[in-house]
Design a protein around this ligand. Structure first.
Ligand code: ADP
Length: 258
């Protein structure tokens, strides 16, 4: 009896050990699966521009008698795809390095209000080309502890999207408000908006919305996932609010200095 109950106890202990180990390993397994998915999605996304470039080059090769003018459309498509791939690769690198905590974040005292104004000025010219009015409302001074280069990258992503997803003649507003313990930055547009079911997914890697929109508005689906990483690494929060056909507001909350 003693031997049998001893064996049962040992079996139970082993069983419990396996169960606990598999539970402890679950997050690692999940992270691994996520990483595999990321690599698969990245490879898939890289294949499209490569195919376009390859097709254009092969066409040039098949028609050595054609002039550059005759082939200009194919050449211009290849250049567009090369540019898109360039952006995609640098965004992929940022995300891969952020996953492995390889990116150094240099938090220093900085004036977020001046950065917001500077970026608004920089994007105003681009907005004018699309006849979009870009307005900025900024409290001043607002000092925070942050990596200025990363925050610049964040504002570029948000302003870029606001202009990209807003029709000609539209309006984009950027504001920077000093609150009791944080600074609130909002980029609002009255563009095409995002459907209620898609709003929670816009920060997912490679998420691009419906097929039609993805075709008419070139992009990589990585900008907002980088934006989320930048905000979170600064101890902040980012949120999307939107209504299809009405417009979108992206709000960023960052802790004030001290
Ligand atoms: P990209 O713009 O390169 O596709 P993002 O990660 O920046 O990638 O954005 C993900 C998706 O969220 C976009 O494809 C688009 O469908 C939606 N989106 C982002 N910003 C806006 C915006 N201001 N207005 C409407 N849709 C937006």
């Amino acid at each position: 009896v003693i031997i049998v109950s001893g064996a049962v106890c040992a079996l139970l202990a082993v069983g419990a050990g396996i169960y606990l180990a598999s539970r402890a390993l679950r997050p690692i397994q999940q992270a691994w699966n996520k990483q595999q998915e990321f690599v698969a999605d990245a490879s898939h996304e890289l294949r499209t521009p490569l195919t376009v470039m390859k097709t254009s080059l092969e066409r040039l090769f098949r028609h050595p008698d054609h002039t550059i003018e005759q082939e200009s459309e194919g050449i211009s498509d290849a250049i567009d795809e090369a540019n898109r791939m360039n952006k995609l690769v640098s965004q992929l690198l940022t995300l891969a390095r952020s996953d492995s905590n390889e990116l150094e974040i240099l938090r220093q005292p900085m004036r977020i209000d001046t950065l917001v104004e500077r970026m608004a000025d920089r994007f105003r010219e681009l907005a004018m080309l699309k006849e979009i009015e870009l307005e900025s409302t900024v409290d001043s001074p607002v000092e925070i502890l942050a990596d200025e280069e990363r925050l610049q990258q964040l504002l570029v992503i948000l302003l870029d999207n606001a202009l990209k997803y807003t029709q000609e003649g539209g309006r984009v507003q950027i504001s920077c408000r000093k609150m009791a313990n944080h600074v609130q930055i909002e980029v609002t547009d009255n563009g095409i908006g995002i459907s209620a079911e898609d709003v929670p997914r816009v920060f997912d890697r490679f998420f691009r919305g419906d097929k039609m929109r993805a075709r008419t508005h070139p992009g990589t689906g990585l900008g907002l996932s980088i934006a989320k990483w930048i905000v979170e690494v600064h101890g902040g929060k980012i949120r999307a609010e939107s209504e299809l056909g009405q417009g979108t507001t992206m709000s960023v909350r960052l802790p004030l200095r001290g």
